[in-house]
Design a protein around this ligand. Structure first.
Ligand code: GTP
Ligand code: MG
Length: 131
């Protein structure tokens, strides 16, 4: 069965959105198979977002992800990798459709509440490394 890695970012935890976000995945019909609250070390945040290391916003992204605890989760279900990305919505919350997590709950790209793996391979790898 397909699986993906979902991480509620520090703003989502600080704003009390953990239950809301978990509910959306549960109501969709996906199955929670792993969960932990985790303070991400700087080195792991840099590794997680290494593809973006040359971007001007990279230092602020690392500061953001390490600014407080995150919730690391493994979820499974048919077609979950692209479906989770749809539930999450576009990277820039102002372009995310209403009804999506970012579209309903966020306004800034740099505070966009949740991460979802972008491929089945990355999903497996991220679950293996974090949970
Ligand atoms: P993730 O699920 O977190 O990987 O987001 P994504 O796949 O929708 O976007 P991407 O992988 O391209 O970027 C990773 C994260 O970097 C985004 O979710 C944002 O938090 C941050 N980010 C991307 N682009 C920008 C930007 O232009 N400015 C800022 N401040 N942050 C950005
Ligand atoms: Mg991404």
């Amino acid at each position: 069965v397909d699986e993906t890695y979902i991480m509620i970012k520090p703003d989502g935890v600080q704003r009390g959105l953990v239950g809301e976000i978990i509910s959306r995945f549960e109501r969709k019909g996906f199955k929670l198979t792993g969960l932990k609250l985790f303070q991400c070390p700087k080195e792991l945040a840099e590794e997680h977002y290494k593809d973006l290391s040359s971007k001007p916003f990279f230092p602020s992204l690392i500061e953001y992800i390490t600014s407080g605890p995150v919730v690391c989760m493994a979820w499974e279900g048919v077609g979950i990798v692209p479906s989770a990305r749809k539930l999450i919505g576009a990277t820039n919350p102002l372009q995310a459709e209403p009804g999506t997590i970012r579209g309903d709950l966020a306004v800034q790209t740099g505070r966009n509440v949740v991460h979802g793996s972008d491929s089945p391979e990355n999903g497996k790898r991220e679950i293996g490394e974090r949970l």
